[in-house]
Design a protein around this ligand. Structure first.
Ligand code: ADE
Length: 231
């Protein structure tokens, strides 16, 4: 997969790209490239944003700057780009990122991520350049960079070679193997610590009983999560 991240802070991603599962995926043929909006702005003084029409606090990323950045990088009109690859603007009001969307994105050959800053994007960017608007949660971050990292992290875990053992992704929280529910609890040595004992069934070596116990715990956690989401 090829991922391009448009941002005002490409240096933020240096640490992220060094992390093991991300570098594994990069080593296995995927690429992640950061593009600085400022390197493509047609405005003087590397300007990228402006005050909102109608007044109000904060600054808004300009549509002409995004047009030049995308056109400069891909050599096509950004209106047509979204027919070739998913162009995802990260914004708090977008579609919530969940395991289903992560699976969908992991199956794409290429993604373009647009990080917003300040008050966000001029709406025409979302209307005419983006194929998707994605949010990582119902709260406001100071920009899309952390959201882009969250999205890349979750997607890269699904790509071949990311994890030491591909079974880790197959049976993890929200996977089809767990019918979309959270993962069951894990334990390791010592089997007894300060009187806190590991459930006996996990020490039994009885694979069917262990599998049944895990399914049951995963169901319980799913119910707990649904209940706390309703509160
Ligand atoms: N930018 C600011 N807040 C965000 C959020 N919650 N998700 C995605 N992008 C954002």
């Amino acid at each position: 997969m090829n991922v391009d991240i448009f941002t005002l802070f490409p240096e933020w991603f240096e640490w992220f790209l060094e992390q093991r599962h991300v570098s594994n995926v990069l080593g296995a043929g995927s690429s992640i490239e950061c593009v600085n909006y400022r390197d493509h702005t047609p405005l003087s003084g590397r300007q990228v944003d402006d005050t909102p029409f109608g007044g109000g606090a904060g600054m808004v990323l300009r549509v002409d700057v995004l047009d030049s950045a995308l056109r400069g990088h891909y050599g096509v009109d950004p209106v047509d780009l979204r027919m070739e690859r998913r162009v995802i603007a990260l914004a708090p009001g977008g579609r919530l990122l969940d395991d289903q969307l992560v699976d969908e994105l992991a199956a794409e050959p290429a993604l373009t991520l647009l990080c917003g800053r300040y008050e966000g994007f001029d709406e025409r960017i979302l209307e005419h350049f983006a194929s998707d608007v994605v949010s990582i949660g119902r709260y406001v971050l100071s920009g899309g960079e952390l959201a882009a990292m969250v999205l890349c992290d979750a997607v890269s875990r699904k790509l071949p070679g990311a994890l030491g053992d591909d079974r880790s992704a197959a049976e993890e929280s929200f996977s089809a193997a767990l019918e979309g529910r959270p993962e069951y609890p894990h334990y390791t040595r010592p089997a007894d610590y300060r009187g806190w004992r590991v459930p006996e069934v996990l020490l039994s070596g009885h694979h069917e009983r262990i599998a049944e116990w895990r399914r049951e715990r995963s169901r319980e956690r799913g119910t707990d999560q649904e209940q706390s989401a309703q509160r």
